[in-house]
Design a binder for this molecule. Structure first.
Ligand code: PMP
Length: 357
């Protein structure tokens, strides 16, 4: 075997949800927002300079807008190409100890991939039987901590007191709270950055701002940690964010009313959906996100997943320990969710008949 084969970095990659090419599907599998982004972005990409010129490497337009929005200084914001990019940069920047980093056994399935990619040792404390975080499991020597709040794919929000206890008990490590879904319920840990210098909050424009296609994510922390992130970024690629994304992102932040309205619509649809499927024998974990994690009282999740796909309705199924009888269902429009509920009604009643035969 050629010697260079030993020098290839071999990793098991993250598997994103399917992006089906067929028309007329109902897509409830990757937690996109069913409503479009702010209408203020119309016409922005028509300007030829938008693509001809290099973007501003410091992304200052968007950084300043986010700083204003969150009431922090611009030196406290780092913008990246989706929160996946921000998280990957954060792993590279902050997790350089020989001690294992900690994240839950059931959580965003990219964390272990980055840890493997960057050769960071890790441990995965178990969530309890109700998929709740056991904070005491994080009170031990570690090389850093990362988890989403609300968690994914469970949708469960942990109270701010739990987050503060974890940050407080780990002042020798960086704690990253991935708040990808925080706008759909729950209180942000953001104010804690003024109290603790080891906390990094990560957010995305992909869910609540309906801009998954643009790829915008950001971190909020103290200037020292944000500078460390920027130093790593500039050592890698200075022009990470394209010009249309910077300008459209800033327009989204300015349109608070549209943002709140669409979030409230998603939350209302979520609550109605939970009730409707409850009547069909499903139980959903309490969700503070734009998706629900649901299981049926007797029908295996995989059967529902495959039948729904056949009916051109895509939801997410993870064939992983502890969660392989759940479906993660993104909240679409009222119309899409009604179609899905009607499909489930049919499916559950014919499943009942089949199992009686
Ligand atoms: N964190 C969590 C918990 C997520 O579910 C996702 C979506 N896959 C991300 C981060 C990344 O989102 P994006 O890169 O689109 O900002």
């Amino acid at each position: 075997m050629a010697a260079w084969k030993d020098n290839i970095r071999r990793v098991v990659p993250y598997v994103p949800g399917e992006q089906p090419k067929e028309p007329d599907i109902i897509k409830l599998n990757t937690n996109e927002n069913p409503y479009g982004p702010t209408p203020r972005i119309k016409g922005i990409s028509d300007d030829p300079d938008m693509l001809r010129l290099y973007p501003d490497p410091s992304i200052s337009l968007l950084v300043d807008e986010l700083a204003r929005y969150h009431g922090v200084d611009s030196s406290q914001i780092f913008v990246g190409v989706g929160s996946d990019d921000v998280l990957a940069m954060s792993f590279m920047t902050f997790f350089n100890s020989d001690k294992p980093i900690l994240f839950p056994d059931v959580t965003y399935s990219f964390y272990d991939v980055w840890a493997d990619l960057f050769r960071i040792p890790y441990e995965r404390p178990l969530l309890d039987d109700s998929f709740r975080l056991v904070k005491e499991d994080y009170y031990k020597d570690n090389g850093g901590i990362v988890f989403p709040n609300p968690n994914a794919p469970t949708g469960i929000y942990e109270p701010i007191e739990t987050i503060e206890d974890i940050v407080k008990n780990n002042q020798d490590s960086i704690v990253i709270i991935d708040e990808a879904y925080i706008d759909f319920g729950g209180e942000s840990a953001l104010p804690l950055i003024n109290k603790y210098d080891n906390l990094v909050i990560v957010r995305t424009f992909s869910k609540s701002r309906s801009m998954a296609g643009l790829r915008i994510g950001y971190a909020i922390s103290n200037p020292e940690l944000i500078k460390a992130l920027n130093d790593v970024k500039y050592s890698y690629n200075s022009y990470t964010m394209n010009r249309p994304s910077i300008i459209m992102g800033a327009e989204s932040v300015k349109d608070e009313e549209y943002f709140r309205n669409t979030i409230n619509m998603v939350i209302k649809t979520r609550e109605e959906f939970v009730e409707a499927v409850g009547a069909l024998g499903f139980s959903c974990l309490p969700s503070a996100t734009n998706f629900v994690f649901a299981k049926h009282e007797f029908i295996p999740a995989k059967d529902i997943f495959l039948a729904a796909k056949e009916a051109k309705i895509y939801v997410r199924y993870f064939d992983s320990p502890r969660i392989n009888n759940y479906l993660r269902i993104s909240i679409g429009t009222d119309e899409e969710m009604t179609t899905f509920v009607n499909f489930l009604k049919e499916f559950v009643s014919s499943y009942n008949k089949d199992s009686l035969n």
